[in-house]
Design a protein around this ligand. Structure first.
Ligand code: NAD
Length: 267
């Protein structure tokens, strides 16, 4: 039996992970973390997710959880993730990080944590997106500089970071397949008299509207044709299932930083 802690427990993703984890036989929810000023502190997490009493009260620190966790799944915010990893530093446990929007320094801290403990860090936990990342690499290697690459992502109005972590991961995969430095190639906005497009650009454009769960299109524009590959998530459960799969996988690994491609055996 694997003791599971979820950080960001009352959030959109935390909610679904907790609800779906209840159906997994060898997974036992023992901790639900939320921010210090959350109105949910002290409540049974089951009453928030709508799955009925679980006996697990929402707390704001790992230290307040009565049992020891075997794996922690985090879908909170970058600063909350780093604070949580710091609180685990003396007694590290395997973690699955789905949170996006980290700064370079924060990513360095995650890498440091992963030196001693297995850690899955992935901006998108769906099978479809991870398959697509592989396909993108193959396409870019053939189309090269002859095709203009544009990434368009759309998410709900409440999303806090932009572009999405998934769009940035796609951009990194494409830049590496095309032998480009992403910092030099990325173009995040166009406005006014911008001149002709250069063939080294990787456009990354963001749309925020309504309740869009997550959509990503990669467009390879050539002369006389274009390829468009689109992934549309219609339910957060696709990410939640991926996160649970990662949790069951990560605790059996040796220390190191892994991603969803590792979890899904796509490498
Ligand atoms: P959300 O705002 O609904 O949930 C975040 C939760 O974290 C909130 O309940 C918030 O109160 C809580 N939180 C804030 N500070 C905290 C702290 N110090 N300790 C514990 N909890 C704290 O957001 P969401 O839609 O659930 O997304 C959460 C993160 O996951 C975002 O970064 C989002 O981009 C990312 N995300 C990743 C994937 C993926 O597949 N990797 C999929 C969807 C969303």
């Amino acid at each position: 039996m694997l003791n599971l802690i979820v950080s960001g427990a009352s959030g959109r993703m935390g909610n679904r992970i907790i609800a779906l984890a209840g159906d997994i036989e060898n997974l036992k929810l023992i901790g639900a973390l939320e921010r210090k000023d959350s109105a949910d502190l002290g409540k049974d997490i089951g009453s928030i997710t709508g799955i009925g009493e679980t006996g697990v009260r929402v707390t704001d620190s790992v230290g307040a959880i009565p049992e020891k966790g075997d794996v922690l799944v985090d879908f909170s915010s970058p600063s909350a993730t780093i604070a949580c990893l710091k609180s685990l530093a003396n007694e590290p446990i395997p973690v699955v990080i789905g949170t996006t929007g980290f700064s370079k320094d924060e990513i360095e801290y995650i890498k440091l944590y992963a030196q001693n403990t297995p850690c899955v860090f992935a901006p998108n936990m769906s099978v479809g997106i991870n398959l697509l990342l592989r396909i993108l690499m193959d396409i870019a290697k053939v189309t090269g500089d002859d095709y203009d690459v544009e990434i368009i992502e759309a998410h709900h109005r409440l999303k806090k970071d932009a572009p999405s972590g998934t769009a940035m991961k796609m951009a990194q995969v494409l830049a590496s397949a095309l032998g480009r430095d992403l910092e030099e190639s990325a173009v995040y906005a166009r406005h006014g008299l911008i001149g002709e497009r250069t063939n080294r650009e990787i456009g990354i454009q963001t749309i925020r509207a309504g309740d869009i769960v997550g959509e990503h299109t990669v467009l390879f524009g050539g002369l006389g044709e274009r390829i468009e590959i689109t992934h549309k998530a219609s339910s957060r459960d696709t990410f939640a299932r991926g996160a649970i799969k990662a949790a069951l996988w990560v605790h059996k690994q040796t220390p190191g930083l892994y991603d969803m491609q590792d979890v899904l055996g796509l490498k």
